[in-house]
Design a protein around this ligand. Sequence first.
Ligand code: G4P
Length: 526
Amino acid sequence: MSQITDEISRRRTFAIISHPDAGKTTLTEKLLLFGGAIHIAGAVKSNKIKKTATSDWMEIEKQRGISVATSVMGFNYGDYKINILDTPGHQDFAEDTYRTLTAVDSVIIVVDVAKGVEQQTRKLMEVCRMRNTPVIIFVNKLDREGRDPFEILDELESELKIAVRPLSWPINIGAKFKGVYNIFEKTLDLFTPNKQKVSERVEITDVNDPAIDEAVGDADAAKLREDLELIEGVYPEFDVNEYLDGKLAPVFFGSALNTFGVKELLDCFVQIAPSPRPIEAEERKVEPSEENFSGFVFKIHANMDPNHRSCIAFVKICSGKFERNAPYKHIRLGKILKFAAPTAFMAQKKNIVDEAFPGDIVGIPDTGNFKIGDTLTSGETLHYKGLPSFSPEMFKYIENTDPMKSKQLEKGVQQLMDEGVAQLFTNQFNGRKIIGTVGQLQFEVIQYRLLHEYGAQCRWEPISLYKACWIESDDQDALEAFKKRKHQFMATDREGRDVFLADSNYVLQMAQSDFPKIRFHFSSEF
Ligand code: G4P
């Protein structure tokens, strides 16, 4: 095998996603522990902004700093090179998570055994489904009282709209939790609560081995055999291709806090999870093993130091070998750029790298050249498709409060939008600018950053909106008639596309029935 195909096939680039508090940070940390990237538990700080700190600016800044360090965590595990892409813990930054999902080849979803599928998990799974991203589910906190595992499986299937297949099975739960039988490898691990050490393994030949009865007691052993029989009867045999197509999610059970069931998850993950896959550009499908380099920017991180308005652009390498100082074409700008100090992320350290391969993420220091979604290539004109924007949940007019600084405000807003902090719409009726976000916290961050990084001051004015809908029609006259009738509620997004701002669900429904020739979309790509 050539160097490049060798490097590609050993890479696993993925994200861990969950509803806040299900255990994403804890699981990430334990995976790093196995990879030798960290040596003690507690080394990874949660990047979630604590619920109590929504107006504590220093806290937000601190958290942003931490999340740069943990944005990408690379480590070697056996022959594999693993890249975990971190996603923000706070729901208000869900857009960041959606975008990060464009840069991964697979996903691990963490679910709390007591809570089951929660709202954020459902939303993130929708994004995975749009891209047929393969997912593995880890049901966490088995050391606590929780729900019946069969019930959890049913819920996963119906709520996440994906077929499931358990590959491990818990023996009891909560105070009586005894361990996990690994269906994938036919092994038994006994649970000993311990935050750092790996569990104890019982040598068994198969599920009928009396060693199981000895280890967990007759009653639990009998129940395990009964459960496994039921599983074999109900769930079809695990088919790795169905998993790779995003149609079937293997499920593991364990306790991340106790480092239990985590190694089994990781060992199976490296075996079955995909290495970097071909990616669709607008022009054509690009294979990772192609000789020429290409990649795209999926995330931009502002510098912590407000005096230096530099950022780090995170580039996912899609094909070929990336080399330091090589001339690459920035497609949107039509410019050739060279990068002298690209960084890679290994074992929690940021180092300058000379080369990187598909599946890797490089951080490129930037002073305003990049926008989210930009493509870089060795020369060919390619445009990687990003993820569509979704309708924001909250809207506010942004108003300048310092007339002397209107330029700064405009520039600040523009750059923050390039970074993907929020969405900007311009009302066509009154020309006012509207910022749309997923949550309140984003407004606070924008206001703070505009002041500290751009010296611009703004205030928010309420606007009561329900949804922003991208509209289109095959009938140009119908489209114009709609825009005329709704002129007060028409806006454009940053690309100049028509957006209808519906102020209530009722208004939206009426518009849909009154204007059957108009198509209403809740995301910007259709
Ligand atoms: P998140 O990133 O998904 O938001 O979750 P995180 O890992 O921060 O975990 C949320 C809480 O759940 C933490 O407790 C963590 O210790 C706990 N936890 C994670 N895995 C397990 C598990 O397997 N069993 C049990 N019993 N608890 C688990 P916390 O009190 O909020 O935080 P901390 O003070 O312990 O850090």
